[in-house]
Design a protein around this ligand. Sequence first.
Ligand code: GLU
Length: 508
Amino acid sequence: MERRVRVRFAPSPTGPLHIGGVRTALYNYLFAKKHGGDCLLRIEDTDQNRFVPGAEDYILESLSWVGIRFDEGPHVGGPHAPYRQSERKPMYREYAEQLLASGHAYYAFDTPEELEAMRERLKAGSMPAQYDAVSRMSMNNSLTLPADEVQRRLENGDPYVVRIKLPRKEEVRFHDAIRGWVVVNTSQMDDKVLFKSDGMPTYHLANVVDDYLMQISHVIRGEEWLPSAPLHVMLYRYFGWEDVMPVFAHLPLLLKPEGNGKLSKRDGDRLGFPVFPLEWKDPASAEVSSGYRETGYSPEAVVNMLALLGWHPSFNRELFTMEELIEAFSLEKVSKSGAKFDLDKALWFNHHYLMERDPVAIAEELLPIAQSAGFDPDLTYLSAVVSLMREKVNFPKEIIRDGSYFFRDPEVYDQGALAKKWKPETPEFMRKLADTYAQADELTPANAETMFKEQCEAAGQSAGQWMQLLRLAVSGAAAGPPVYEMIALLGQEKSVQRLRVAAEKMKP
Ligand code: GLU
């Protein structure tokens, strides 16, 4: 029988979720939905030292903003609750004990100083600095100490850890859905700590036990976890769970735009794009990092952009809604090599979705921004400005910034453009056009154009010679939306008045 597809996104709440983490969550979601399966959220918070207040809420809000809906998780519950590892703490001990009893794990009592000395010793001898089948025999653990001494230390409450007991030289192999066969020799591996005397499991134990208990069928996660996978495979073997071991799929890294190394917050600051989905204020330093949402990206654009960073759909198609992504997604088309972040592409996607959206919805979003800039447009007018202006911008707020003349009269005229175009007869031309416009029954784009062109012709000049002066007179700016539409939207009264003011004040 085919196994039900169940995947999980398992972030640790140690800070704001990196945009690469959003991509991991997205690929999990797409894969689950494509196969009619379940997508779980599990919070991996066993490392209390790295806990950051607000991080879990941030993760939830980010994923909900991009439109990822979890079937199970700390916020929605589910048959395997709790979904926060700190709340599952009592469950893990029995699994550590199972491995101790079967001889696949042992107690170790080494102090940090002893561990450090061991590493130095191994490094000096050009040996791998790891706690392994060879080095463990000269350390303080239940493999080297007499049984009664181990017992005494445990009863005494001495601090200990439980380590996995790996064989000296054995090949561990598993098939990764993206990378193919991965083979690692245990001689390269560490006897990793699984459990500590404070009762807390480490990431490795908790992660594998929970994937097993939650019946996870596919582990889709970032490449940085690839080195942990052989250890996880050994845990499945030692627990006797190999027949239900999930399929592993390690996603390629998100790279800097130049392609050399992992995309970091510093790259974002340097090149002017966010590396976090939402704005984040660090609770300790109060430092604020920008977010895609606050910068003005739409969730549709972020999803589309992220989907293509590492996944290559057929026919080089680029535009996908979430529904279309679910339909088209497959792990086979995820590449092994890292995906370079591309700012121009991100802007292109955002522009595309800005053009797709309902202008009224954009206007509603912009109203507070317009108000804080000191403007007070009504929604109908603002929607019309949006429709006219969005062709020229990538972010909604640029409509207010670049189109301020829709909300207040120009105070200055672009001097560069004016110097090039101004003619001595400009004031007279503007006065005359104002009179003509004032006499019209109404001012539509079409008749604004006709009246203007007639006046140019009467003066024996081409419309091209006057067009930019007309734009400058009405808006003050050298560029903008189609000029007759702009005039019609400003309305007869405003346009006439601005032409009259320009006749007086517009000078190079
Ligand atoms: N807690 C790990 C993380 O923060 C999860 C890795 C995994 O998916 O196994 O990314």
